[in-house]
Every structure is written in structure tokens, then in C-alpha cells.
Design a protein around this ligand. Structure first.
Ligand SMILES: Cc1ncc(COP(=O)(O)O)c(C=O)c1O
Length: 413
């Protein structure tokens, strides 16, 4: 069966309405929406009983891999609006050397770097762009730390939608180049991602572009939800004990928690759910601070800095949803510093032959610390998220050279 089957087979869809994540106010489906009246994210609601009768685990097992196999759990109504670049099922890779060194029983990395445009942003953006196409949107804009912009440029171009993107001036060069090359117009801005977000918001009435910022439209979260659906299916519908997720805007963490809630409601998993751990960098840790203080909203983190650019998000519009997922799941939020991130990245590359992105390396560092301080046990089955290909980031210079015309001292190599 080819991947195409997922893209061409019409199947029923089950969206009933949208709901404000804070107030619960209901909004109609099949219309263009950004935030709710309360200025908070809208969550997509489904007829879960309908899904339960329309599809079985066996049906899913027969379909080719990739996020479109979960179509009944997704918002796109018409097959012709599915925009795809070949979204694969991402593998779970065991970190054997790390397990041996720490005496841990099972540590898996979900390697999201294998997706189109090299990051998990493809999952959310493919859904947002497919829905934009379905709703007749012709122009989109977003702020980005790099990876989301790359995904938006690619999928918007593929859908024939114009895209304009704003990133902090120090965004990794490769991201800026790939965004421009894939057909978007990108501007480097002398500020952070939320400053870029303000430009997108303010430009809306002047340009007519649709704002696809993290959680400011309802569908990126539905795409990210497929990380949870896919993970549960890959593990034979047995969820892990703990999930470590590098948290910026938090779409993935919120999306996975939503996936588990939906799977629990239809009786496919449970009652035990994973503990969700929000991993941040100590130079930008608003969620960790809010979690520690027991509050529901996280004020802006001033002077945010970290080499893990994807999680340099000083303020998140879905802060309360991140904190809710962490608390409901009896997880926690933890910050690791750039040195610990670099050490984890280097060691995982050398020991396990796995080139993580810095944000993924942050989850390894956080796992090691949590094991050391007893917040997780060696016997816990753990999944860490590597959200992007390590190849998308600045890599160390190598200066070693060999002159093929001189005699080579092989014993010294
Ligand atoms: C590699 C990487 N990891 C993690 C994140 C944070 O993702 P989220 O917005 O889902 O918290 C990002 C976001 O830019 C990213 O690019």
C-alpha cells in the first residue's frame, strides 16, 4: 500500500465545534478563526463516539505510516485540501549507550528530524496550511525561531498561498535561507519571537494576511496531536511512563496531551497516562518558574537567551494549557543550562551516534538530571523528543587535514 492511500482516500471527519481553552465558549467549525474573544487558544472538538465507530486500531495498522493515517482525528474535511510533502512516521530510536551508562531500562528518542523540512513543525503547519486552503485563505504570516517558518514556507508554497515570515535577527542562518528558498519572504527583526509576533498581529488589518502564530489559529495543535497518536500506536497502544518535551510555545506538549485525552475517551489507552515534563533552558524558563510558583499564567521572561533557539520563547499564549497538562499528568517542568545542553548533545553524538538538535539535547540533559534527583526512576519507560534534525544548526569547525601527496603515518591516525 502506498503513502498516497492516506492522501486520496476520502474518510468521514468528525469536527463538531471549537472551544476556547480558557472559558469553554463554543465557536462554529468551518469558519476562519484566530484566538477566542478572551484572547486565548481555540481547541478543536470532535464527535469521539463517531470516531470510535468509524475506525479501529486494526484499520489504522493496515494503513501506510504518516500522520494522515489518523485522518478521522483531524480537522480537514475534503481530501483535495490535504497538502503533503510526504510526512513519514518518525522512528523511536533507543539510546543504548545512555541506558547502559545510567542503568536505565528503556530510553527512546522520537526523532522528529525525519519529517519534511527537518522538524516536527511540519506536523502542525501541514494541518494549518491544509485548513487555510480549505477555508480559502490566500496569504499567511508568522513569527518564527526558524523551524516553523521553514515548514510554513514549504507548505504554503505547495498550496499556492503567499507567506511572509519574521524571525529574530540571530536565527540560525540555515533556517533563514531555507525559508527564503522555499518561496516565503522573510525579515530578520531586531527582537525576540514575541516581538516578531507583534508585527504579524499589527500587520493583519493592513495586509489581510492570516496569522498562523503558535496557538493563534486552531489547527497547528491538531497536527502536533499526531505525535501522541503515533507514539501510542508505535508502542502497541501502551503509553510511556514519562515524556520529556522541549517546550517553547508548547503546541506539541498540549497537542500530545489532547491526543491522550481523546484516545482515553474512546477507550484505546488508559487509565494510566504518561507524566508530561516541560523542558526549558535556564536562560528562558517562564513555564518552569510558573510551575514552581503554582500559578496558571507565566509572565514574560526578560532577557531570554539560550543556544536552543527553538525554545527561546519568552511568553506563550497557551501558558495555562502547558501548565495544565504538566499538572494533570503529575509531571513537572525543569530547566537545564546551555552547558548541560551542549554536553548532552556532544555525548549523545559520540556515545550513541545520534546527532540531536540542541532542543532535543535539552531533553537528554533534563532526563539525566531528573534521574539524579529522583524525579524519575531508572525503571521508568521514557520518551524524549528530538524535534529537529541536528544538521539544521551551526556545527563545530573541524580543522584536521591530510596531505595525500606526503607519506601518511597511519599508526598516528
Ligand atoms: C527544534 C525545536 N524544538 C522545540 C520547539 C518548541 O516547540 P513548541 O512550540 O511545541 O513548544 C521548537 C519551536 O520552535 C523547535 O524548533
Amino acid at each position: 500500500m502506498s503513502f498516497d492511500e492516506n492522501l486520496t482516500q476520502a474518510r468521514p471527519t468528525f469536527v463538531t465545534h471549537l472551544e476556547c481553552g480558557l472559558t469553554g465558549k463554543i465557536y462554529p467549525p468551518d469558519q476562519v478563526h484566530n484566538l477566542s474573544d478572551a484572547g486565548r487558544p481555540l481547541l478543536v472538538k470532535y464527535d469521539l463516539e463517531g470516531i470510535q465507530t468509524a475506525v479501529t486500531k486494526t484499520d489504522l495498522a493496515r494503513r501506510p505510516g504518516g500522520l494522515w493515517k489518523y485522518r478521522e482525528f483531524l480537522p480537514v474535511r475534503r481530501v483535495e485540501n490535504v497538502v503533503s510533502l510526504g510526512e513519514v512516521e518518525t522512528p523511536l530510536v533507543r539510546l543504548n549507550a545512555l541506558e547502559n551508562r545510567l542503568g536505565a531500562s528503556r530510553v527512546l528518542v522520537k526523532d522528529e528530524g525525519r519529517l519534511p523540512t527537518g522538524s516536527f513543525k511540519a506536523r502542525g503547519v501541514v494541518m494549518a496550511v491544509s485548513m487555510a486552503k480549505e477555508l480559502g485563505i490566500h496569504r499567511v504570516a508568522m513569527p518564527t525561531n526558524g523551524n516553523a517558518g521553514a515548514a510554513l514556507a514549504a507548505y504554503a508554497s505547495r498550496a499556492g498561498i503567499r507567506s511572509t515570515i519574521f524571525c529574530p535577527a540571530d536565527t540560525p542562518e540555515v533556517n533563514v535561507s531555507e525559508i527564503e528558498l522555499q518561496g516565503a519572504t522573510i525579515y530578520r527583526v531586531n527582537g525576540l519571537i514575541d516581538d516578531c509576533g507583534k508585527i504579524v498581529g499589527e500587520g493583519k488589518s493592513k495586509t489581510g494576511w492570516f496569522d498562523v502564530s503558535t496557538l493563534k489559529e486552531p489547527y497547528r495543535i491538531e497536527g502536533k496531536k499526531t505525535m501522541g497518536l503515533e507514539l501510542a500506536e508505535q508502542l502497541g497502544w501502551e503509553v510511556p511512563d514519562v515524556i520529556f518535551y522541549p517546550t517553547g510555545g508548547g503546541t506539541g506538549l498540549i497537542g500530545m496531551w489532547k491526543a491522550f485525552a481523546e484516545l482515553l475517551a474512546i477507550g484505546w489507552i488508559g487509565p494510566k497516562l504518561p507524566r508530561m515534563v516541560a523542558v526549558q533552558a535556564s536562560g528562558c524558563a517562564p513555564m518552569v518558574k510558573a510551575w514552581e510558583e503554582g500559578v496558571e499564567h507565566a509572565p514574560r521572561w526578560e532577557n531570554a537567551h539560550t543556544l536552543a533557539s527553538g525554545i527561546r520563547v519568552p511568553q506563550a499564549v497557551g501558558d495555562f494549557l502547558i501548565l495544565r497538562a504538566v499538572r494533570e499528568s503529575q509531571g513537572f517542568a525543569i530547566a537545564v543550562d546551555d552547558q548541560a545542553i551542549t554536553n548532552a548533545l556532544n555525548r549523545t553524538a559520540v556515545e550513541d551516534g545520534f546527532l540531536l538538535c540542541p532542543e532535543g539535547a535539552a531533553t537528554v540533559a533534563a532526563y539525566e538530571r531528573s534521574l539524579a534527583d529522583g524525579r524519575v526512576k531508572k525503571t521508568d519507560r521514557v520518551v524524549l523528543f528530538n524535534c529537529a534534525s541536528g544538521l539544521k544548526y551551526p556545527l563545530p569547525q573541524v580543522t584536521r587535514r591530510l596531505d595525500r601527496h606526503s607519506s601518511i603515518d597511519y599508526a598516528a591516525l
